[in-house]
Design a protein around this ligand. Structure first.
Ligand code: ATP
Ligand code: MG
Length: 595
């Protein structure tokens, strides 16, 4: 099991799952298990050696969409716990539903779990599995249940089944088909498999207790008839297992010890245990059996974390694709510039609880910021250029000024940035009639150009017709090279700039919250709550020339503007595209006054 390097974490946050596992290991609860080297039934595992994995967990996505931040939580939890306790985590595609699953999603999920830094290779084996490979076993288990008098074929309509299930206050009533003979049940089940009955004509149901206080135990459906082509098994099957039947079996065949899932499956746990217990009694499954443990799912403010709704956003064109940088999909966060380490750090920090939690987006953004702050080189970029002519600077001269890449990490080195007579500054850094607290450029005022000189604004040129500001005329003080005046005079502001003749043109995309409300998922009309200003595209930003060599996904801090990364998909004609990953927490104004 290769685990990614842990980010420093002084106090480990609450995670009750650790305690459960520690307790089980101390009690030797899983010590006797054998592993046949691949998933299989009791006989297969019995023939294997003692399981080299102290615990087995799994991440079991349904390949019907792209993974999102909630899945990242589950990925980090399952792979993280396995790594921590000398175990193995399987990547298992829960592909038992033929209708919504596609190879595209399988490929994307594999890529994203890898990208997050996890591996399912351990002890010389790749633990990548497909639940659909277990269809034969699942069918066999169905026959065993029938033979044990624990399942029957029900020909009631779906409506009749619903009506006889009862509710919280009323017990259900038995199906008229509940007491068929074993022989009839077996024959009908085989006919179902062999395609002799129409879709929906009958189902296989467990025979448990129609009066159980837990509705999930009122003879749940195990198999249905559905003529649909499956992405893995093609047209081989026309009956498919229900999720609640398939999942426990998948866990048991793979020797999973701790089957970690989200809270909505809590009421399914008695059925999970019932089913595996019966199959182990029948000799099909090895004991000790896996144990299901639930935790509260993760929700994030201002985004949607439901695959179905994310798919709607993509399909209806509200976003540019699954990897749109505004989406909380892993591929979207990657494109936005979040690093795997930042996402793992976030998943660890928020802990694991028994309650569903809504985490503020700012918690994730802070993890991203901390990670980027540590590693990103600082560079100069001007998003909305305003031309500045330095009237007393020699025509045709270019100086190469020394600029360190990181204020706190000299080992990251420095580069030369060109300076010449015409530069660009940020339009926002000039005000003709500034308010009191504005310390940047204004008529008659002096500021420091980062890594360069003090300049004073002498004149603001405007378009005669429109009154629009076109250009500033400034003078520089040659004695202030490097940013300090020998006479000790101070300036209050430091601004960023790039030399006009040397600048690299780029497209820059700025992102804001995708939704206008913190909890859009709760609202019926959630699509009307999309933020119409969630992206702003700046076509003509100017960057320091060294950025011409930046590669897709390289990350930088643009001084005073935030963290940016080179888009991994788009490049405009002859110019790179940068995405703003996240803004800076503190305004750079503060930082520059420290200089
Ligand atoms: P969605 O509701 O978005 O479709 P899902 O639970 O149906 O999610 P699966 O592919 O079945 O998607 O999920 C794979 C695993 O990820 C499951 O074990 C599930 O519990 C977990 N998971 C999904 N969403 C979250 C979440 N928001 N927080 C934590 N774990 C999650
Ligand atoms: Mg699901």
């Amino acid at each position: 099991m290769s685990a990614p390097a842990k980010t420093a974490n002084p106090a480990k946050p609450a995670n009750f799952l650790r305690q459960v596992i520690e307790r089980d290991l101390a009690a030797g609860a899983y010590a006797t298990r054998r592993f046949g080297g691949a998933p299989g039934d009791a006989a297969h595992h019995a023939a294997g050696a003692s399981d080299p994995a102290r615990i087995r967990t799994r991440f079991p996505p349904e390949p019907n969409g792209y993974l999102h931040i909630g899945h990242a939580k589950s990925v980090c939890l399952n792979f993280g716990l396995a790594a921590e306790f000398g175990g193995v985590c399987h990547l298992r595609f829960d592909d038992t539903n033929p209708e919504k699953e596609e190879q595209e999603f399988v490929d994307a999920i594999i890529e994203m779990v890898h990208w997050l830094g996890w591996s399912w290779d351990a002890n010389g084996t790749s633990h990548l599995y497909y639940a659909s490979d277990y269809f034969d076993f699942m069918y066999r288990a169905g026959e065993l249940l029938i033979e044990a008098g624990l399942a029957y074929i029900d020909e009631q309509t779906a409506e009749a089944m619903r009506a006889t299930r009862g509710d919280f206050n009323t017990p259900g009533t038995d199906s008229p088909y509940r007491n068929r003979s074993r022989e009839d049940n077996l024959r009908l089940f085989r006919e179902m498999r062999d395609g002799q009955h129409a879709d929906g004509a009958m189902v296989l149901r467990a025979k448990i207790d129609m009066a159980s206080p837990n509705i999930n135990l009122r003879d749940p459906t195990l198999y249905r008839i559905k003529r649909a082509t499956h992405h893995n098994t093609g047209d081989r099957w026309c009956i498919y297992p229900m999720y609640t039947y398939a999942h426990p079996i998948e866990d048991a065949l793979e020797n999973i010890t701790h089957s970690i899932c989200t809270l909505e499956f809590e009421d399914q746990r008695p059925f999970y245990d019932w089913l595996l217990d019966k199959l182990a009694d029948g000799g099909l499954l090895q004991r000790p059996l896996p144990k299901q443990i639930e935790f509260g799912r993760l929700n994030l403010t201002y985004v949607i974390t439901s695959k179905r709704k994310l798919k709607q956003l993509v399909d209806e064109g509200h976003v540019s694709g699954w990897d749109d940088p505004r989406l909380p999909t892993i591929t979207g966060m990657r494109r936005r510039g979040y690093s795997p380490a930042a996402i793992r750090d976030f998943c660890e920090r928020i802990g694991v609880t028994k309650n569903e939690t809504v985490i503020d987006m700012s918690v994730l953004e802070n993890c991203v910021r901390e990670d980027l702050d540590r590693d990103c080189r600082r560079v100069l970029a001007v998003l909305r250029p305003l031309r500045v002519v330095i009237t007393n600077y020699p025509e045709g001269q270019t100086e190469q000024l020394d600029a360190p890449y990181h204020p706190g990490r000299p080992e990251l080195g420095s580069r030369k940035v060109p300076f010449s007579k015409v530069i660009y500054i940020e339009r926002d850094d000039f005000m003709e009639d500034p308010p009191k607290k504005f310390f940047r450029l204004a008529p008659g005022r002096e500021v420091r150009l980062r890594y360069a000189y003090f300049i004073r604004c002498d004149e603001a040129l405007k378009d005669q017709a429109t009154g629009e500001l076109i250009e500033l005329r400034c003078t520089y003080d040659p004695a202030t090279r490097g940013g300090n005046a020998p006479d000790g005079r101070k300036v209050k502001g430091t601004i960023h700039w790039v030399a006009a003749d040397h600048a690299l043109a780029a497209e820059v995309r700025l992102y804001d919250r995708l939704f206008t409300v913190p909890d859009p998922g709760r609202e019926e009309n959630w699509r009307s709550l999309l933020n119409p200003k969630s992206v702003e595209v700046i076509k003509n930003a100017r960057l320091e020339p060294g950025l011409a060599s930046a590669r897709a996904e390289d990350r930088f801090q643009f001084e005073r503007l935030g963290y940016f990364c080179v888009d991994r998909r788009d490049a405009a004609v002859n110019r790179p595209v940068f995405n703003r990953t996240v803004t800076l927490k503190d305004s750079w104004g503060k930082e520059s006054r420290r200089d």
